[in-house]
Write a protein that binds this ligand. Structure first.
Ligand SMILES: Cc1cc2nc3c(=O)[nH]c(=O)nc-3n(C[C@H](O)[C@H](O)[C@H](O)COP(=O)(O)OP(=O)(O)OC[C@H]3O[C@@H](n4cnc5c(N)ncnc54)[C@H](O)[C@@H]3O)c2cc1C
Length: 311
């Protein structure tokens, strides 16, 4: 079978949550996923009510079981392209050369975190180099923490990380801090180190400090880094979905894009989405997609009725 009511591209929290709702509504739904969820490098997931501390892979495995338990289909593979089928639906083309036809499309492909180019930093990602204090701040409470600054919003981010420790250092290239930013950091006892970071110091598989190009090493137990978020939204923009000034695809409260029949949910359209909110957005999109399909079903039933067919 390669024809579905709904094709969902991306089987993370958003996609699987949507699939569960649609499968329970007796919709013929397929989730296509290539196994690269954003939080895969993290050992544990936090802040999801009733699932706090669970490994991210375990949440997804349970979700997949629930989806298939209601008759939803899962397909491991990479989607290469999506094109309109000429009759209000879509062809989903896989890298393996197979293709799937669907009446509606939900894109939940997430985002990519682009990290600053500091030697040793990428290797420590999700271990002692962290991005979200709400996800992992509690695990380094009151330790010696640092924030890699220098990007827009990084000072505000450091002020938020300060909530989790009294020993925080803000690393920034020289000449970037405004007087007001500096005053705010000093007032809350956040250390300021201005200079170029040469590398992270790792010993015995643990972060020990930040080595500056001009000599000293600043001891730190963990670093917070505000990454640059890059949405994996190529399918959506190729289909013509409207974007905002920053290039992110815009959706309404149900995840509906500007292109009829196309929805999107989770990090692909919302960089702020946590696992629980991505799952919620997927659920909301599923309910809206089912309603849209019902409208379509009514339209088709009326046409059939007038032609003398009965449902
Ligand atoms: C290191 C780290 C730790 C985190 N820890 C937490 C935490 O503790 N708590 C929390 O709430 N949030 C945490 N987050 C945020 C969390 O990862 C996101 O909120 C969540 O993953 C968003 O879910 P999503 O379904 O939108 O995207 P994702 O989970 O990223 O899922 C997207 C899916 O789409 C698939 N995909 C993408 N492109 C294609 C394609 N072309 N073809 C097929 N499949 C495709 C991928 O394989 C992936 O499975 C963390 C993030 C990071 C980076």
């Amino acid at each position: 079978m390669n024809s579905f009511d709904v094709a969902i591209i991306g089987g993370g929290a958003a996609g699987l949550s949507a699939a569960l709702v649609l499968a329970r509504a007796d919709r013929n739904v397929v989730v296509i996923d290539d196994g690269t969820p954003r939080n895969a490098p993290a050992a544990h997931m936090h802040g999801f009510l009733s699932r706090d501390g669970m490994p991210p892979s375990e949440l997804l495995a349970k979700g997949r079981d629930e989806v298939t338990g209601y008759g939803g289909h899962l397909l491991h593979g990479t989607v290469a392209d999506v094109v309109p089928d000429g009759s209000n639906g879509f062809w989903v083309l896989l890298a393996s050369s197979s293709r799937i036809r669907a009446r509606r499309l939900l894109v939940t492909t997430g985002l990519t975190d682009e990290l600053p180019d500091v030697p040793g930093l990428a290797e420590r990602w999700a271990r002692d180099v962290l991005h979200c204090p709400y996800c992992h701040g509690r695990e380094v409470l009151d330790r010696q923490l640092g924030v890699i600054g220098g990007t827009p919003g990084a000072v505000r981010y450091a002020q938020i990380v300060r909530q989790w420790t009294h020993d925080l250092v803000y690393f920034t290239p020289p000449g970037l801090l405004t007087a007001a930013e500096r005053a705010g950091l000093v007032a809350r006892a956040i250390g300021i180190v201005e200079g170029t970071i040469a590398r992270l110091v790792i010993d015995d598989d643990r972060l020990r400090g930040v080595c500056m190009a001009d000599g000293p090493t600043v001891p730190r137990d963990a670093l917070f880094v505000p990454p640059c978020f890059v949405p994996r939204s190529g399918f959506l923009t190729d289909l013509g979905c409207a974007t905002n000034d920053d290039g992110w695809v815009t959706v309404d409260t149900t995840g509906r894009t500007s292109v009829p029949g196309v929805w999107a949910a989770g990090n692909v359209v919302d960089p702020r989405a946590q696992v629980i909110t991505a799952a919620g957005a997927g659920s909301a999109a599923a309910i809206a997609i089912n309603a849209d399909l019902v409208d379509d079903d009514v339209h088709q039933a009326i046409t059939a009725y007038h032609l003398g067919y009965t449902a």
